[in-house]
Design a protein around this ligand. Sequence first.
Ligand SMILES: C[S@@+](CC[C@H](N)C(=O)[O-])C[C@H]1O[C@@H](n2cnc3c(N)ncnc32)[C@H](O)[C@@H]1O
Length: 271
Amino acid sequence: MSGLATNGYVHGYSADEARRLADQADTLAGLLHADTFFPPGSRVLEAGCGVGAQTAHLVARSPGARVVAVDVSEDSLAEARARVAGVEWHRADLFDLPFPDGSFDHVFVCFVPEHLKDPAGALARLRRVLRPGGTLTVIEGDHGSAFFHPDSAAARAAIGHLVELQAAAGGDGLIGRRLQPLLSGAGFADVVVRPRTVYVDATRPALVEGFPLNTFTAMVEGVRDDALSAGLTTPAAWDRAVADLRRTAGDGGTFHYTFFKAVAVKPEGPA
Ligand SMILES: C[S@@+](CC[C@H](N)C(=O)[O-])C[C@H]1O[C@@H](n2cnc3c(N)ncnc32)[C@H](O)[C@@H]1O
């Protein structure tokens, strides 16, 4: 692993990444949020809201809920404010949330624990601000669930490099499969984790552009410079991998990926 960056957020905060997050949220809204509903008047915290890509869907599906959203990035929050109305935004670190114990009925976190060195600690911090009986919803991917046709050793290697880069930065691109033990270990009860599979082929044209191209391949393309500077790959191998991933969205191509959505409850009793 020598030569790999050991800190920082692997996807960064570029305009391309902001666009990718919005495409991802919009493409996957039905799959990930069809059953996300918070009752009118309930207090909801979104931790790590980024540019507000998921926040827009939370607000649209639960228009009566009082949504508070936090992120460490001021630039992302500025974009989020411009994207979604009716939300209370705060710049805050989820490890040091500026809210009293039990402030929220529901907490929502999407694609954030995978980037943290201490995801269990993060979940415990989110539990603190939940009221007893309140729910935590967590959505994560798992890059080990990506398979596709035509298969490509170059593309599989590039996905492996993305996982390595994320691990070197302290994260875990394979976190989806760990959600249940992480939530149970962080003191949550009634943990229910269900896979949400995206499968795309030519019969689902609406998903072809949005998922294999604009979400997944764009994510892999986004770490090209990091993979090259870490000495993990060569320009030719990387470009071949990206071309092969793009081919899965072409004639006769298919693509499979699984997200994991967890809902867990803060038990009654001491925090
Ligand atoms: C992959 S983005 C996901 C954004 C959004 N949840 C979405 O799904 O579109 C991860 C976000 O987590 C934020 N983040 C990372 N560490 C954080 C922390 N300790 N506290 C709050 N936000 C954090 C980053 O700034 C970034 O906006």
